[in-house]
Ligand binder design. Sequence first.
Ligand SMILES: [Zn+2]
Length: 92
Amino acid sequence: MVGGTKKQFHYKRDRFFMTMSMLDQMLFKLPCGHDVVLGRLEKRSLWTCEDCEEKADLAAEPYKAALERDLDTASQIDLQAKGRGETVTRAG
Ligand SMILES: [Zn+2]
């Protein structure tokens, strides 16, 4: 644990008891420039932007690699939270 006062640490501990999955917290930058919650792109190869309706080909580089990397990062962070005994929840 790096930085932060003791008070903040306690706050975090309480919050983290029920941790929202990073998949629901991280945003992915679409080719059109809009953001979408990472978890919604999981296992998808095509996404239609809800803001501008531009189609994003997630199976094409560099988006494929970027999405895989971000999904991996999110799952690693979730695993670390679970390792600390936290309950990781997913939004519906
Ligand atoms: Zn867009």
